[in-house]
Design a protein around this ligand. Structure first.
Ligand SMILES: C[S@@+](CC[C@H](N)C(=O)[O-])C[C@H]1O[C@@H](n2cnc3c(N)ncnc32)[C@H](O)[C@@H]1O
Length: 214
């Protein structure tokens, strides 16, 4: 992509309005085993109010986002063994604009040569957190069935997914999630990422992401 086109994309992004909670935040990744389809059945078992929500298996966060939508402020401890996924949540919260710029570029380059670009990104390993988060989201939106699978060496190895026009950068939702996690609107919160406590043990260790009500 030419520098001129890249600059134009940046200009478009600068003009985007900031979202003022026009939509409820939704999962920004598709995740196998997500509870999105079961929310109606699950909802009746959720307490009406609580002070802290502990989610040990965050994934796409369908349950968490439903609670954000339907409950007043609460604390949440969100956890997942997948450190790349937790990094993506962290980047969405703290650096959404930078992330969106990278995703817009991914989207534009993907459209020029979807399969070739998919494998190019799959082979890359960005050294910065925003780049890693953008890569995870891009691969999630364009890989086969939105699967997450790595080989023994930890390399993502899901093949290309055949989508006609996948949404790679849902900037509105990303900004909404970011805002709700930053305490800029009605819900949240402050976020810190923690190493697992020793008593969790290595195997079950998760990186904890703690959202603490302001
Ligand atoms: C099906 S997803 C969870 C769905 C989610 N709770 C929802 O609301 O849609 C399962 C997640 O559990 C995580 N997981 C699996 N084993 C784990 C472990 N031992 N510790 C922490 N997370 C784990 C996986 O990485 C995956 O992201």
């Amino acid at each position: 992509m030419s520098d001129q086109k890249v600059q134009n994309k940046d200009k478009i992004l600068e003009r985007l309005p900031t979202v003022s909670w026009a939509r409820s935040p939704r999962p920004f990744v598709k995740w196998a085993g997500g509870k999105g389809q079961l929310l109606q059945q699950l909802e009746q078992h959720f307490p009406r109010s609580f002070s802290t929500f502990y989610e040990p298996f965050l994934g796409g966060g369908a349950v968490f986002f439903r609670l954000v939508e339907s409950r007043p402020r609460f604390n949440a401890v969100l956890s997942d063994v997948n450190a790349g996924l937790i990094n993506a949540y962290d980047v969405v919260k703290k650096r959404a604009q930078e992330l969106i710029k990278k995703l817009v570029l991914h989207e534009a380059k993907y459209k020029l040569a979807p399969k070739k670009y998919y494998y190019q990104v799959r082979d890359e390993e960005p050294s910065d957190n925003v780049g890693r988060a953008a890569r995870l989201i891009f691969l999630n939106r364009t890989c086969y069935n939105g699967l997450y699978r790595v080989n023994k060496a930890g390399k993502f190895n899901v093949p290309f997914g055949r989508y006609k026009n996948p949404t790679i950068c849902d900037h509105e939702n990303l900004l909404t999630v970011s805002q709700c996690c930053s305490g800029q609107t009605r819900s949240f919160l402050r976020l810190t990422t923690r190493k697992p406590r020793k008593k969790l043990g290595r195997k079950t260790s998760s990186i904890l992401t703690r959202l603490i009500s302001r």
